[in-house]
Design a protein around this ligand. Structure first.
Ligand SMILES: N[C@@H](CCC(=O)N[C@@H](CS)C(=O)NCC(=O)O)C(=O)O
Length: 213
């Protein structure tokens, strides 16, 4: 079967993974053409050089919410969009919490310095990490509180919001401090463990964490 979705971005990238998860949920065949964020090659697909960019149905999209919403509506019967206006609003609320709050602090101030910098032969910036840990603990606590109210981030059903949050939390757990903070939050841990068995999560597993972006 020919590939239905082509993503340009790093092989190990949170936002590229989110799009791949949603494609796998929809049963699409997909591929990632490894392309560095910020590179000249990426500029051919995304005018702001962020990743990913997507090609599907002879259309070209960038920005993860747009890509995921199109895939789910055009190829999955909008199964990952809650039916109610409130559910849809909650879904976007939590997708944006993942993308704009939890991702930046965990990525820039924990995963990159603790996990990626040593892989590149650099010492972790311990002060940067130490100062960020209480803020990261707070962010994870907000997610824990939400998951005490509802089984999934948008409500009773799995939605795009969970597809956004999952890779962010998984990457956070690659750092020992992140794994320990998540382990202290029983409801977030239960949600994470349940999602780890989901077919789309398994099919999109990162090959390794060498190139987290
Ligand atoms: N708003 C973008 C964010 C994508 C994004 O930040 N991707 C990361 C890679 S995981 C990136 O391109 N980082 C490079 C940079 O920030 O310059 C989206 O929703 O797709």
């Amino acid at each position: 079967m020919s590939v239905q979705l082509t993503l340009y971005g790093p092989t190990v990238s949170t936002f590229t993974r989110i799009c791949a998860i949603v494609a796998a949920e929809a049963g699409l065949t997909w591929e990632i053409i490894p392309t560095g964020s910020g590179s000249k090659d990426m500029a051919e697909h995304h005018p702001f050089m962020r990743s990913p960019a997507a090609y599907i149905d002879d259309l070209h999209f960038y920005e993860t919410p747009a890509i995921c919403s199109y895939i789910d509506r055009a190829h999955n019967g909008a199964a990952l969009h809650p039916a109610s206006p409130e559910g849809q609003a909650r879904m976007w609320q939590w997708a944006h919490v993942a993308a704009h709050y939890v991702f930046p602090i965990t990525e820039e101030r924990l995963v990159l310095p603790r996990v990626v910098a040593p892989m590149m032969g650099r010492a972790p910036d311990e002060k940067l990490i130490e100062e960020a840990l209480p803020v990261i603990r707070y962010h994870l606590g907000v997610v824990e509180t939400r998951l005490k109210e509802a089984a999934f981030l948008a409500g009773a059903e799995y939605s795009l919001a969970d597809s956004f949050m999952y890779p962010v939390i998984e990457a956070t757990c690659a750092a020992p401090e992140g794994a320990a903070m998540v382990a202290d939050l029983p409801v977030l841990t239960a949600w994470l463990n349940a999602l780890r068995h989901r077919r789309a999560i398994l099919e999109t597993a990162w090959p390794d964490l060498d190139a987290l972006c």
